[in-house]
Design a protein around this ligand. Structure first.
Ligand code: ASP
Length: 439
C-alpha cells in the first residue's frame, strides 16, 4: 500500500500543527509522499502566508519598500523552525526571494514561495527528500496545466523513492517561469502525485472531518458524509460546498484512486471517502444539500414556440455572444426560462435582451432577480419513488414557493429555485425531512 498525504495551510500554521502532522505521518508507514501547502491562519484574525506574499509582492511591484513585510513572513517560518528545534536557516532563501521580488519575478512566483519554503521545512523535519514541483509540474505556454507530461515527469522523478516531500500549488512553464494553480491548488498537486505513483489512497488532511450533509452555517451540527462519489461531489461543489479544490478529483479519477478527507486536529475521525462508485448506501436517501444565492432568470414566451425549430438555440446564442454561462433552462410548451448568475448578467442584461428580440422575436420577455438555487444530491435517489414528493411537501409545509424544478436524467440531483429570502428556510426543511426525521 502506498498513500499520498496532503496537508492544508491550517494543518501547517505553526510548530504545534507541524508536530501533529509528523505524528500522523509516522503513525502509518504507508504514508510515503507528503504534499504541503503554505502556513495558513493560526487563529481567526491571522493572515495566511500566501496572502502575505501577494501583498508584499504588490508593494515590490509598485517600487515601494517591502522589507518589513518580507521580514514578517520570514519570522513566521523561523517561529516554526524554532518550535520544531530544527537546524535549518532560510536566510539565503529569503535573500534570493528579496532579489527576485525587486526584479519583479511575478505574483505567481511570489505566492509559490509559501509552499516552496514550507516544503523545505517539512523535509528537514521528516528527514525526507524535498522535491520542487517547478521541476515536474508543467504548464503549457497558454497557461493550461499539462496533465500527461506532468504525470510522466512526476512518475519518473519519484520512481524508486520511498519517501519525499513535494510542495503544492505551483509548477512552471517549460522555460522555468513559475506558475500557480488557482487558490487552494495544493489539493490538485496531491492528486497529481497520487495518480503518478498509482497510490492506493490520496489522503487530504484539513481542519474539518470531511464533508457534511449541509452547510454548518445554516444547519446546526449537520451529519457528516461517510462516502460520496466523484459525480455527487462535483454537483455539491458546483453549488458551493467547498472542502476540496474542484479540479482535485480529475487526476485521481483517471486512476480510480479514492480520496479520503481527514482532520489533522481529529486524526481518529474516519472522514469522508470520495470514490468513483460504491455499493455503500448513503445513510439517508440524499447524500448532501448545497445551494447558492444570487441568480436571475429570463422568462421568454412565444406562441407556438414548441414547433419553431431552432428557437432555443437562438435564445441561448444571445447569452453566448455576451459570454454568459447558463445554469438551467427549464421550459414549457410556449415558454422557456434561462437561469444565470446575477453578478455575471446584470451589466450585460440589456444587450442580451435586445439580442434575444432580434434573433428569436419572442412575444414577451421578463427578468426576475434575487433567486437562489438548491441542489439536493444523492445516488440513493435513483429509481427511488417519493423523493421529489418529500422535498416538495417539506417546502410547502414551511411556506416556501418553488420557482423552478429541474431533475437531471441521471436522477442524481434535483435542483430547486426559490427566492433568496427563502434559501435558508428551504435548506432546513429539506435537511429535516431527510436527515433529522431519520436520526
Ligand atoms: N496556499 C495556497 C492558497 O492559500 C494554496 C493552497 O493552500 O492550496 O490558496
Amino acid at each position: 500500500m502506498s498513500k499520498v498525504v496532503k496537508f492544508g495551510g491550517s494543518s501547517l500554521a505553526d510548530a504545534k500543527q507541524f508536530q501533529k502532522v509528523g505524528d500522523i505521518i509516522r503513525a502509518d508507514e504507508e504514508r510515503h509522499f507528503v504534499v504541503v501547502s503554505a502556513p495558513g491562519k493560526r487563529s481567526g484574525s491571522d493572515t495566511k502566508v500566501t496572502d502575505m506574499l501577494y501583498s508584499t509582492y504588490a508593494l515590490a511591484e509598485e517600487g515601494k519598500d517591502f522589507g518589513k513585510e518580507l521580514a514578517a513572513i520570514e519570522a513566521r517560518y523561523n517561529e516554526i523552525i524554532k518550535g520544531l528545534k530544527l537546524k535549518l536557516s532560510l536566510k539565503e532563501e529569503f535573500e534570493k526571494i528579496e532579489k527576485n521580488f525587486k526584479a519583479k519575478a511575478g505574483s505567481d512566483y511570489a505566492a509559490s514561495r509559501g509552499e516552496y519554503l514550507n516544503g523545505i521545512v517539512m523535509s528537514a523535519y521528516l528527514g525526507f527528500e524535498f522535491i520542487d514541483p517547478a521541476e515536474v509540474v508543467l504548464f503549457d505556454d497558454d497557461g493550461t496545466f499539462d496533465a500527461e507530461i506532468t504525470n510522466r515527469r512526476v512518475a519518473k522523478r519519484l520512481a524508486g523513492m520511498k519517501n519525499a516531500v513535494i510542495s503544492g500549488f505551483y509548477g512552471a512553464y517549460e522555460n522555468g517561469k513559475i506558475k500557480t494553480f488557482s487558490r487552494g491548488g495544493s489539493d490538485i498537486t496531491g492528486s497529481i502525485v497520487a495518480r503518478a505513483i498509482h497510490a492506493d489512497v490520496y489522503e487530504n488532511w484539513t481542519d474539518v472531518s470531511g464533508f457534511l450533509v449541509a452547510d454548518p452555517r445554516i444547519i446546526d451540527r449537520p451529519q457528516p458524509i461517510e462516502t460520496i462519489t466523484y459525480t455527487e461531489l462535483r454537483e455539491l461543489a458546483y453549488m458551493g460546498a467547498s472542502v476540496l479544490h474542484e479540479d482535485a478529483i480529475f487526476p485521481v479519477r483517471k486512476e480510480g484512486i479514492p480520496i479520503n478527507i481527514r482532520n489533522t486536529n481529529r486524526p481518529d475521525d474516519s472522514g469522508t471517502w470520495i470514490v468513483e462508485s460504491t455499493a455503500k448506501k448513503s445513510s439517508y436517501t440524499i447524500t448532501g444539500i448545497a445551494g447558492k444565492k444570487g441568480f436571475c432568470c429570463v422568462n421568454i414566451l412565444k406562441d407556438m414556440m414548441n414547433s419553431e425549430v431552432g428557437f432555443v438555440r437562438k435564445v441561448l446564442q444571445a447569452f453566448e455572444d455576451q459570454d454568459i454561462s447558463i445554469e438551467h433552462v427549464p421550459s414549457g410548451i410556449d415558454t422557456m426560462t434561462v437561469f444565470v448568475a446575477q453578478d455575471e448578467f446584470i451589466d450585460k442584461e440589456q444587450a442580451v435582451v435586445s439580442e434575444i428580440h432580434r434573433l428569436a422575436k419572442p412575444d414577451l420577455l421578463e427578468i426576475e432577480s434575487d433567486l437562489a438555487l438548491i441542489a439536493v444530491v444523492g445516488r440513493g435517489m435513483k429509481r427511488q419513488r417519493g423523493t421529489a414528493a418529500r422535498i416538495f411537501s417539506a417546502l410547502a409545509h414551511v411556506n416556501v414557493n418553488c420557482r423552478m424544478i429541474d431533475q437531471g436524467s441521471s436522477e442524481l440531483n434535483i435542483i430547486i429555485g426559490v427566492e433568496n429570502r427563502d434559501f435558508e428556510k428551504a435548506i432546513k426543511a429539506i435537511y429535516d425531512i431527510f436527515v433529522v426525521t431519520q436520526l
